[in-house]
Design a protein around this ligand. Structure first.
Ligand code: SAM
Length: 316
């Protein structure tokens, strides 16, 4: 199967990210190397591109796509939460730019047997890392009512979270829920028909998002990883983050906002006690895709781009 994925906001992202053509750039979500091939095109033979992904299919597709560029290229199969270790293994302490294009690729969604899509019947899986032990099957078949309710509410922002969790517990008391199709049927039974037929997308969309986030621990690793990336940036280096839903965007926005702030004391304190200094400057604050891009790539609909630049260490 070809690796199909259209990169989101490619021009804006690459133009905002690259400041030195002989610099070191880390694409933390390599995918099929759509963004990375644009980075590699710009780099001179002295430049260095590091691509990280936890998915073996992405690693294979990206390795093929990037094989003929003149710059140094290192492709690493890892979780970006291991960023410090990846950079230390490559002996790269300082970096000119980091890119995070979060979430799943179209290839992952479109490959039915990966179990990410509520539109295709397949075993419940949803692992981005095919070697991981924990899958959607485990979430759906072993989590308690309270745990299911919590992830559906927190990660899916699903109004019917408790009722859907109850229907899952009920269904699995007879036999395990094995497929995406069975899960979709349970969700359809749990959500009242009037709500299901109202506008607001497929009734399983939010539950599938929640289970996927839980399986891949997508949100808990973000803040620490963004902070670690910024710590590795050279002064003037940049971090670009593309998010696809409000939960991950809130984390990106809050971390960048805090790191770009001076004093972060509570407003009721009469004098500054924190002596916090800004470490970065915000350059792009949640830019959406253009109308033209939206027409060509529906995936860009919910995308937001944020870019920040590292300030010199002795800034004051
Ligand atoms: C939206 S796609 C990236 C597409 C890529 N920018 C392009 O233009 O072709 C996101 C990729 O990041 C990977 N990914 C998501 N979270 C990850 C994590 N925590 N560690 C490593 N890779 C991750 C996914 O496996 C997927 O291949």
């Amino acid at each position: 199967m070809d690796f199909h994925h259209i990169s989101v906001m490619p021009e804006e992202t690459i133009a905002g990210l690259i400041t030195a053509k002989d610099g070191i750039y880390v694409d933390c979500t390599l995918g099929g190397a759509g963004h990375s091939s644009l980075i590699a095109q710009q780099l001179t033979p002295e430049g260095h591109l590091i691509g990280i992904d936890q998915d073996t299919a992405a690693i294979a597709a990206a390795s093929e796509r990037l094989k003929d560029y003149p710059c140094r290229i290192d492709i690493v199969k890892s979780n970006f939460s291991q960023l410090d270790q990846v950079l230390s293994d490559l002996n790269v302490p300082h970096v000119d730019g980091f890119l995070f294009d979060l979430g799943v690729s179209s290839h992952q969604l479109d490959t039915a047997e990966r179990g990410f899509s509520y539109m295709q019947d397949a075993p419940l899986d949803m692992r981005m890392n095919q070697q991981a032990q924990f899958s959607a099957y485990d979430v759906v078949n072993t989590y308690s009512l309270e745990e299911l309710n919590r992830i559906f509410k927190e990660y899916g922002e699903e109004r019917w979270s408790k009722r859907i969790a109850e229907f899952i517990i009920d269904a699995r008391s007879e036999k395990p829920v094995e497929t995406t199709g069975q899960l979709v049927d349970i969700i359809k039974k749990a959500v009242p028909a009037a709500v299901r037929n109202a506008k607001g997308g497929h009734p399983a969309k939010r539950i599938f998002q929640a289970v996927r986030i839980e399986v891949n621990d997508e949100l808990n690793i973000l803040e620490k990883t963004f902070r670690s990336a910024i710590a590795h940036l050279k002064p003037g280096g940049r971090i670009a983050i593309i998010t696809f839903h409000s939960l991950e965007d809130r984390i990106a926005k809050n971390v960048l906002k805090e790191m770009a702030s001076g004093c972060i004391c509570p407003p009721q304190l009469p004098v500054c006690m924190c002596h916090h200094k800004p470490e970065i400057k915000l350059l792009v604050k949640g830019k959406a895709a253009s109308h033209k891009e939206l027409e060509q790539n529906s995936r860009s609909k919910s995308a937001k781009l944020r870019i920040a630049e590292k300030l010199p260490a002795k800034w004051d």
